[in-house]
Design a protein around this ligand. Structure first.
Ligand SMILES: [Zn+2]
Length: 42
């Protein structure tokens, strides 16, 4: 997942070239999806 620096919309990376479909900006912040670990309590 990436976030556009300009309009701060979430964009899923498609291929090698990514461009914001909303504003056309090409600088993104790389986001790591939150991994929710399920821990079962016994
Ligand atoms: Zn944008």
């Amino acid at each position: 997942m990436y976030r556009c620096v300009k309009c701060k919309k979430m964009i899923t990376k498609v291929g090698d070239k990514i461009r914001c479909p909303y504003c056309g900006f090409r600088i993104f912040i790389k986001l790591r999806p939150k991994v929710v670990k399920k821990v079962q309590a016994r």
